[in-house]
Design a protein around this ligand. Structure first.
Ligand code: NAP
Ligand code: MG
Length: 407
């Protein structure tokens, strides 16, 4: 047996819920621990523990990510009314991802894992498209009014200095609707930093789009801030032969469809919400979508884009916890681990750990390219005869190929 790969700095490990919590342990046991002398600082973000600690554990895990710089997270339940009863919760705790994102002030980058046998719906897309969604403000933090009689609606600002500004929105002649939204320079600036950092990291161009021809102050401010922040990254972009490119959202949509992919598309909050669903569906499967939260000061949290796959978990419970009845796809969770280990390796100058991240991903591709896959992919594969296996068999097949690769 070869010696295990050593680590110097721990990874922040955030455990989670339901089916993904089961996969989490299998991935660690089969694909990480036999090869890496794994150092982690473990935080159990499973709903039971979050409730027990009054959600302090989530805050602590985010603080640890700030301290160490790299985290890997399992999918977690965001409680709703039904979960309150199911888990007998003290409170309807907030989404852990929301809490972590606001502590790290980060941007989420979603990238599909692509393989030759799964063709995107857009036939000229050859490379993955990464969507960066600004996750603060706009319509998601807006206030609204329904008016049901004639009257004047105004936008009013009262500054602390005594400065007073107002503009008429509309002289209503009858009933209508109103919406007031905002954003913050600080948040937009963080968004820009995260985008340019991630671009240099993943060696990709950045496309950014808004509607500044129509929104001459609001959207224009996004464009101005991106240009300002880009000045700090320009030299490095030039050195790496990368491009930052701004265009109108409608032009961007047309270009994206005609492109061959392989860039980061930075979107305002609403555009990112909509476009990320379009892009992920067009690339095939939610189970093959990775997600990384990047903070403006360069901290990284890796995870799968999908949730805890509750439906599969209940089936597993109904079958006396027999893992062979479920064929849940572990790819995105494995890639969260490989991404985090590679990044940890980069930060620590640990080439072996970086290489391990690459080899783990390559072993996953070896497996899928032989047609061995989970059930969700069977109907998506073309030009190859797929062989559907359960999660344990799939992870076992990856392990065999990883062992071969690591020699
Ligand atoms: P989900 O867990 O993503 O699953 C929705 C459906 O998508 C599944 O039922 C399954 O379809 C398919 N699917 C997703 N991931 C898959 C995988 N790895 N392999 C195979 N199929 C997969 O979303 P949800 O059921 O709406 O949410 C479940 C829980 O996850 C909720 O409590 C929610 O709060 C939480 N959630 C967490 C995160 C996060 O932590 N980042 C994100 C989203 C949701 P079939 O059943 O048809 O096979
Ligand atoms: Mg959405």
């Amino acid at each position: 047996m070869k010696e295990k790969i050593q680590m110097t700095t721990p990874l922040v490990e955030m455990d989670g819920d339901e089916m993904t919590r089961i996969l989490w342990k299998m991935i660690k046991d089969e694909l990480i621990l036999p090869f890496v002398d794994l150092k982690t600082e473990y935080y159990d973000l499973g709903l039971v523990k979050r409730d027990e600690t009054r959600d302090q554990i989530t805050i602590e895990s985010a603080e640890a990510t700030k301290k160490y710089g790299v985290a890997v997270k399992c999918a977690t339940i965001t409680p709703n009314a039904q979960r309150m009863t199911e888990y007998n919760l003290h409170e309807m705790w907030k989404s852990p991802n929301g809490t972590i994102r606001s502590i790290l002030d980060g941007t989420v980058f979603r990238t599909p894992i692509t393989i030759p046998s799964i063709k995107p719906a857009v036939k000229n897309w050859e490379l993955p498209i990464t969507i960066a969604r600004h996750a603060y403000g706009d319509v998601y933090k807006s206030v609204e009014l329904r008016v049901d009689e004639p009257g004047v609606a105004k936008l009013v600002f009262d500054g602390e200095s005594g400065k007073h500004e107002e503009v008429v929105i509309q002289n209503f002649k009858g009933a209508g609707v109103l919406q007031g939204m905002h954003n913050l320079d600080k948040s937009i600036r963080s968004f820009a930093h995260s985008c340019f950092k991630f671009a240099l990291d993943s060696h990709q161009d950045v496309w950014f789009s808004t509607k500044d021809t129509i929104s001459k102050k609001y959207d224009a401010q996004f464009k101005v801030i991106f240009e300002e922040v880009f000045e700090e990254y320009k030299a490095e972009f030039e050195k790496q032969g990368l491009e930052y490119f701004y265009t109108l959202i409608d032009d961007a949509v047309a270009r994206v469809i005609r492109s061959k992919g392989g860039y980061i598309w930075a979107c305002k909050n609403y555009d990112g919400d909509v476009m990320s669903d379009m892009v992920s569906t067009a690339f095939g499967s939610l189970a093959m979508m990775t997600s990384v939260l990047v903070s403006p000061d360069g901290n990284y949290e890796y995870e799968a884009a999908h949730g805890t796959v509750t439906r599969h978990y209940y089936r597993y419970l109904e079958n006396n916890k027999d893992i062979s009845v479920t064929s849940t796809n572990p790819m995105a969770t494995i890639f969260a681990w490989s991404g985090a280990l590679r990044k940890r390796g980069e930060k620590d100058g640990n080439k072996e750990l970086q290489n391990f991240g690459d080899q783990l991903e390559a072993a996953c591709f070896d497996t899928l390219n032989e047609g061995i896959c989970t059930k969700d992919l069977v109907n998506l594969m073309e030009g190859i005869t797929p062989k559907a296996v359960n999660s344990a068999e799939f992870i076992g097949a990856i392990r065999e190929r990883l062992e071969k690769r690591l020699g």
